[in-house]
Design a protein around this ligand. Structure first.
Ligand SMILES: [Zn+2]
Length: 231
C-alpha cells in the first residue's frame, strides 16, 4: 500500500509539475500577446498628425450624399475635386459640400489628359469648371486635381491655381473592395498624407468611413488638402 501511495504521489507530483510548466508557458505567451496588442494600439499617430482624404470625379447623385452624411456624423472635413461635366443637376450637393466646410476643387470639365491637349484647351476645361463652381458657391476654386496627375508649370501660372497631388492611392475605382481599400490606406498613411479616392462607388464610401474610424482611433486628425499644402 505504502509503495502505491508513493507512486501515486510521484505521479501526482509529475503531473502537477508538468501542469505548472504548461501554465508558465501559456502565461508567457499571453504576456507576449498582450504586449503585442498594446504596442499595436499605441503605434498610432504622433500628436498632431493630419491626413487629407480627397475625392475625385464627383459629384455623384447617390454616393456623394451618402459620403457627406458619414462625414457629417463624424465631424470630418474632406476635399472634393469635381468634374464640370457632373455638376448640372447636382448643384445642391455642391452647395452642401461648401456649407459643411469641405474643400471644393477643380478636376477639369471632362476628365481630360492634360499631356494630350494644348494649354489653351486645358485652360478652357478648367476655367469652365471654375465658372460653374463659382456660380454655385460664390467663390472661385483655388485648387485643382489634375486627372492622372498631369500638370504643367505654365498652367499653374496661367490659372493662378495650385495643383493637389497625392501620396496614397488604393486604386479604389479598380479594386471595388472596401476591405482592400481600407487595408491599403491604413498601412500606407502617415502624417501629412493625401489619399486619393473617388466618391462614385459605394465600396469607396464604406471604405472612407471605416478609414476615418480606424485612423481616428489611432490619433489622426482629418483636414482639407489646403491645410497640408501650406508651407
Ligand atoms: Zn479623376
Amino acid at each position: 500500500m505504502k509503495g502505491a501511495a508513493i507512486l501515486w504521489a510521484a505521479a501526482f507530483g509529475a503531473v502537477s509539475w508538468f501542469g505548472y510548466q504548461l501554465w508558465k508557458m501559456e502565461g508567457a505567451e499571453t504576456a507576449a500577446g498582450m504586449e503585442m496588442t498594446v504596442r499595436r494600439e499605441t503605434a498610432g499617430a504622433a500628436e498632431g498628425s493630419c491626413i487629407a482624404l480627397t475625392f475625385d470625379d464627383g459629384p455623384h447623385p447617390v454616393y456623394t450624399p451618402m459620403l457627406l452624411d458619414g462625414l457629417k456624423e463624424r465631424g470630418v472635413k474632406a476635399s472634393f475635386f469635381l468634374l464640370g461635366d457632373s455638376i448640372d443637376g447636382n448643384e445642391e450637393l455642391v452647395k452642401r459640400m461648401a456649407e459643411e466646410g469641405h474643400l471644393i476643387g477643380n478636376h477639369t470639365f471632362s476628365h481630360v489628359r492634360i499631356s494630350k491637349i494644348s494649354t489653351e484647351e486645358a485652360v478652357r476645361e478648367i476655367e469652365e469648371t471654375n465658372e460653374k463652381l463659382r456660380n454655385i458657391v460664390g467663390e472661385m476654386p483655388e485648387y485643382v486635381r489634375p486627372p492622372y496627375g498631369e500638370w504643367t508649370e505654365e498652367l499653374g501660372e496661367r490659372l493662378s491655381m495650385e495643383p493637389v497631388f497625392w501620396d496614397v492611392d488604393p486604386l479604389d475605382w479598380k479594386v471595388l473592395d472596401s476591405a482592400a481599400v481600407v487595408n491599403h490606406v491604413v498601412k500606407n498613411c502617415g502624417d501629412g498624407s493625401i489619399v486619393l479616392l473617388h466618391d462614385s462607388y459605394e465600396t469607396t464610401v464604406r471604405a472612407a468611413l471605416e478609414i476615418i474610424d480606424t485612423l481616428g482611433q489611432r490619433g489622426y486628425t482629418f483636414v482639407t488638402a489646403d491645410e497640408l499644402l501650406v508651407d
